[in-house]
Design a protein around this ligand. Structure first.
Ligand code: SAH
Ligand code: SF4
Length: 342
């Protein structure tokens, strides 16, 4: 088991059961999350008997770096191998307000959206919370700097790995852990309605992003087969519930695909669907995935879509792409690498 798999409370319980004092957990966590050591022997104020116990029962090395690439805008993309050989990817983006890491939550994804590289690889397994935390620590080490923001937007559907997601959020948010403020964390979901409601009931300050990508059920079902289980109106109802419960503004993600969902009439329909809700729309020019066959919206259509939303009173941003020259879109580096292996 990875030592990162334990919450602070779990580590205290573990140590107390073995007859050790609670403050040892504070010391160990300091080494793990403040110093980010890569070897138990670096924990110099921990007595030998505790170190031996930790070494025998836990591992500190979750990830092996396979390859990393850096693009001109400072985005770093890393491909890691897990202990069982599965490959995952993690992205670090540099913004004026800080450094943000995009983490993977599953090996592959069963939601199977037609436009997405990750969805073309069936889920092999969930990541443990420790494996998700380890990605943040690894990127922080690569960068030799603190990570200030987290986006849960890598490979996988986070709400399909709900328990581990919550544990991950707990540890990265803990002041004794990575101490990343809830308002600096964003979880993106394809719209698992019951989980959106559960997440709302937790009443955290964590930001929620919804991958909507369409203004109606016809288009959404073509892009995201999960829309057949949780149609667009149910997703919007759950979003409304989330906003009422948490008083937080929700992000709606909308990828712009040429000719499919990027016409002015779609923007009009979308604005009618979203009117009156405390949210904003993040428009994302589609990153082309070879096998999917969709094309990116033209610059003119992107701007016309954006203008239409603005005129109709919907807050939106047109995302500046990051890491485009190194395939920063979800799952692309990994799928290319797998292709090479085959
Ligand atoms: N499974 C979750 C989170 C991971 S995907 C979700 O779907 O929300 C993170 C975001 O990247 C989602 O909004 C997803 O739709 C988007 N995305 C996936 N493939 C993309 C691509 N090729 N180009 C642009 N955005 C993409
Ligand atoms: Fe999975 Fe999200 Fe990709 Fe859909 S967009 S296949 S939910 S990772």
């Amino acid at each position: 088991m990875l030592i990162y798999d334990l919450t602070y409370v779990e580590l205290i319980k573990y140590l107390e059961e073995k007859g050790f004092k609670k403050y040892r957990a504070d010391q160990i966590w300091h080494w793990l999350y403040k110093q980010k050591v890569s070897d138990f022997d670096q924990m110099v104020n921990i007595p030998k008997d505790i170190l031996n116990l930790l070494k025998e029962n836990f591992s500190l090395n979750a990830l092996e770096l396979v390859v990393d690439t850096k693009s001109s805008d400072g985005t770093i993309k890393a491909l890691f191998a897990l202990h069982d050989g599965h490959l995952i990817e993690t992205v670090l983006m540099q913004h004026y307000y800080g450094k943000s890491v995009c983490v993977t939550t599953q090996v592959g994804c069963n939601i199977g959206c037609s436009f997405c590289a990750s969805g073309q690889l069936k889920k092999k397994r969930d990541l443990t919370s420790g494996e998700i935390i380890a990605q943040v620590i690894a990127m922080s080490r690569l960068l030799n700097d603190r990570v200030s923001h987290i986006v849960v937007m890598g490979i996988g559907e986070p709400f399909d790995n709900y328990k581990n997601l919550l544990k991950f959020l707990n540890v990265i948010n803990d002041p004794k852990g990575l101490e990343i403020g809830a308002r600096h964390i964003t979880v993106s979901t394809s719209g698992l309605v019951p989980k959106i409601r559960d997440f709302a009931d937790l009443n955290t300050q964590v930001n929620l992003a919804i991958s909507l990508h369409a203004p109606n059920n016809e288009i959404r079902s073509e892009l995201m087969k999960i829309n057949k289980s949780f149609p667009i109106e149910k997703v919007i109802e759950a979003v409304r519930y989330y906003i009422e419960k948490t008083n937080r503004r929700v992000t709606i993600e909308y990828i712009l695909i040429d000719g499919l969902n990027d016409k002015v009439e779609h923007a009009v329909e979308l604005s009618n669907l979203l009117r009156g809700l405390n949210l904003y729309v993040n428009l994302i020019p589609y990153n082309e995935v070879k096998e999917a066959g969709y094309r990116r919206s033209t610059k003119a259509n992107q701007l016309a879509f954006y203008d239409t939303l603005k005129k109709r009173g919907i807050n939106s941003t047109l995302r500046k792409e990051q890491g485009h020259d190194i395939d920063a879109a979800c799952g692309q580096l990994r799928s290319q690498h797998l292709e090479k292996e085959i």
